[in-house]
Structure formats: C-alpha cells, structure tokens
Design a protein around this ligand. Structure first.
Ligand code: FAD
Ligand code: EPU
Length: 342
C-alpha cells in the first residue's frame, strides 16, 4: 500500500480534465481502506484532510486540483450468495466495472440489468445516483450494500429502504455525502426475465436487428447499439454522460409551456407531474453543437457537455452555468446538474 504525491487525474476521469491529487492511493481490501483513512492527516497540522473516493471517474467534473487524498477503489469479485425460486442474489465488489458485471449476469442467464448495459463506471457508484437507462434503475434490482463509515470506521449495511433512492438520487449523494465508502453491492436478479422494451427505441432496434425471439442478450445488444449511436465515447471525446437531470414540473406548468412551445417534450410521471427532456430545452435554447475553446455541447446530444481536448473543468462548469441561465430565461425552467462537481 503506497501513498503517492501530486498524481495527475487526467486519465482517471472521463472528462479528461488535467488536475492533480495532492495524495493518491489504491485500495483492494477493506483493511487497506481502513489503514489509509487512519493515517489520512495533513503532515504539518495533523488535521484530517479531505478524501475523495474515485470509481471510474465517469460522473465527476474536476474544477481544481484536489487538495487531499484520492482513493481509487479496486475492490473486486462477483459471487452468487443465495438463490430462491425466482431470484439469484449476487454480490459484487465496488471496484468491479459496471458493464463487466452486466455481461457476467447475461452470461449466467441472470436477468434485470440488461437495459443498463454499457453505462460507464463501477459497481460502487451505481447506488450513488441510482443509475438508470431505458426504463430501468438500480433500485429495481438492488438488494443491499455494505459501506465503510468514515467517521466511525466501521462497516454499515444498507437495505433498499435505507438508500432512499430517487431519480438520480440516494442518501449517499446528499444526506451522507462523503461519509461512506461503498465497498460491495448485492443485487437481486431474476431467473426468468421480465423484459422491459417499452422505452424509446428498443423495440425499433430489436426489429432492425431481426430479433424473433426476445432474450436478455438481444435487449442488451439493442441498448448497446442505441447508446453507441447517440452518446459520445469518452475514449474519443471527454464527457460524463448527461450533464443535467431531466427537470420535473407540474401539469399546469407543462400546459403553459406547451401553449407557448407546442413541440416541448415531456413524459407524464405516476405522481401527476411531467418530466421534461432537458436535451430538448437545451437544443431549443440554441446550444446544441456550440463550442467555446475546447468546451462544448455535443452535436448529437445536447444534454452531454464535452471536452474536445484541453478544456479546464472551469470552462465546462462556466458553459453549464450559461446553459442553465439561458434555459431559465427562455422557458422559466431550472436545470439541476447531475454530474458531481469537485
Ligand atoms: P465516479 O465518477 O468515480 O464517482 C461518482 C461519485 O460517486 C463521486 O462523488 C464519487 O466520490 C462517488 N463514489 C464513487 N465510488 C464510490 C464508492 N465506492 N463509495 C462512495 N462514493 C463513491 N449514468 C446513468 O445513470 N445512466 C446512464 O445512462 C449514463 N450514461 C453515461 C454515459 C456516458 C458516456 C458517461 C461518461 C457517463 C454516463 N453516466 C450514466 C454517468 C456515470 O456512468 C454513472 O454515474 C456511474 O455510476 C459513475 O460511476 P463511476 O465509478 O465512474 O463514479
Ligand atoms: N432531445 C432533444 N435534443 C437533444 C437530445 C434530446 O430534443 O439534443 C429530446 C428528444 O426529444 C428525445 C428526448 O430528448 O426524445 C430524450 O432524449 P434521450 O432518449 O436521448 O434521453 P435523455 O433524456 O437525453 C436520459 C438519461 C440518460 C439515459 C437515457 C436513456 C437523464 C439525465 N439522462 O437521457 O442517462 O441513458 O435517458 O434512458 O436522465 C446519464 O444519466 O448520464 C445518462 C446518459
């Protein structure tokens, strides 16, 4: 176990922002994590210094160097822990790559995560913001997790209810921000698939692929095809997926918006409100394809902000602020950032 000094984080965040960590270490066991946190004090004052847990770096925008200890989570391993007539309970280490986990499930015939194929990042961050895509969220397959409580230095177990999952939300993102290190997650997967192909272009893509017999492999491949055609690959252009959340407004507000902008895109929610497509709002406000220096708004997906090469985190952040204000001015709708700003 080694703590390194002044390490560049450029290759460790999908925006490709060139910042450094004052201190940096990997951990691949809870004991190592414990030890690293134990000695995480500033050399001169002996005060506890800030800690950042890093997974795949695919939902972070670094706006400055990190003046503390960055801990890269490398807790690996996937194991089936129990099963019953309908379900298989599978535990994965927080450092397992998410898409690797999805492929492992598909290979074993465990259903439930196929719609979440190709989401970047690691298992440990999946409950952070209740990752979701194509009509499925982590909460639909989540069973429990274990997390290391930094102040008390002990492992705590969380059930589904404890996590208070919402749309791109959980207790870890707000209430307990920076308090816990998620070390492992247990998912409850289905032995018999319950296909969810109603969202967006999945049906269309399955037809295009010539699929006659639905399978979890086919749904996964359809999702992979759609995502690859729409979302920029971070290995080519730096980005962190959707930069903002899709905002929720009430039905009256939506009617007023529709009266002024008949093409406004919104989906009714079970609570009677409407979820607006932030990508539509941003595109209509004129930002799609916009570029200032190396910071830009993607030409195919306006909800994705990109780094064309040497943008600073501040450039991306400032662009997001301009977008936020112009959408507010044009539509009276406030956007909220999805990406974690550090
Ligand atoms: P990181 O970016 O490393 O961390 C994110 C946050 O979680 C940070 O605050 C970090 O400190 C914290 N964290 C990470 N690991 C732990 C841990 N073990 N314990 C405690 N805190 C931790 N998201 C979706 O929901 N749906 C999508 O469809 C989607 N598509 C994307 C497409 C692209 C091209 C990209 C680049 C991103 C996309 N995302 C999507 C966002 C991102 O992939 C997810 O949020 C993912 O879960 C982040 O995982 P990570 O390991 O990279 O987290
Ligand atoms: N749209 C536009 N212009 C654009 C982009 C989108 O008008 O430039 C409109 C279109 O009408 C489209 C609608 O927005 O029908 C929705 O677009 P899309 O299906 O691409 O989904 P999204 O709302 O942009 C959300 C998630 C994604 C997730 C997809 C699929 C959020 C913030 N984003 O994107 O998650 O993969 O749906 O389920 O909820 C992420 O969180 O990082 C992410 C990529």
């Amino acid at each position: 176990m080694m703590i390194k000094e002044n390490i560049s984080l450029k290759s460790l965040n999908t925006f490709g922002i060139d910042v450094s960590a004052k201190q940096f270490a990997h951990f691949n066991s809870v004991d190592q994590l414990h030890e690293l946190l134990e000695f995480n004090t500033r050399p001169t004052t002996n005060d506890q210094q800030p800690t950042l847990i890093l997974g795949g770096g695919s939902n972070i925008l670094f706006t400055k160097d990190f003046d503390g200890l960055v801990l890269k989570n490398e807790l690996v391993g996937i194991k089936e822990i129990k099963e019953d007539v309908h379900h298989v309970y599978v535990q994965a280490g927080a450092g397992v790559n998410w898409h690797h986990f999805v492929l492992h499930c598909i290979h074993n015939g465990w259903a439930g995560v196929e719609n979440l194929s190709l989401i970047p990042g690691n298992v440990g961050a999946s409950p952070m913001q209740n990752i979701g895509a194509y009509g499925v969220e982590i909460k639909d397959v989540f069973f429990s997790l274990e997390a290391f409580h930094i102040p008390d230095k002990k492992i705590v177990h969380f059930t589904l209810n404890d996590c208070e999952f919402g749309y791109r939300e959980s207790v870890f993102k707000r209430k307990f921000r920076n308090e816990f290190v998620i070390t492992g997650v247990t998912y409850r997967l289905n032995r018999i698939p319950e296909y969810n192909t109603s969202y967006g272009a999945i049906e269309q893509e399955l037809e295009k692929m010539g699929v006659k017999q639905l399978s979890i492999q086919a749904v996964s491949q359809a999702v992979i095809n759609i995502r690859s055609s729409k979302l920029p690959d971070p290995a080519v252009i730096g980005n962190a997926g959707s930069f903002f959340k899709n905002p929720e407004i009430n039905n009256n507000q939506f009617s007023m918006l529709k009266a002024q902008f008949p093409d406004a895109v919104g989906h009714p929610l079970p609570n009677g409100n409407v979820k607006l497509a932030a990508g539509w709002l941003i595109e209509q406000a004129g930002w799609k394809g916009y570029r200032k220096g190396d910071a830009g708004c993607h030409e195919k997906q306006a909800l994705v902000l990109v780094n064309y090469g040497h943008a600073k985190g501040r450039d991306i952040y400032n662009l997001s602020e301009e977008i936020l204000q112009s959408v507010k001015k044009k539509f009276g709708v406030g956007l909220e950032r999805e990406v974690n700003i550090v």
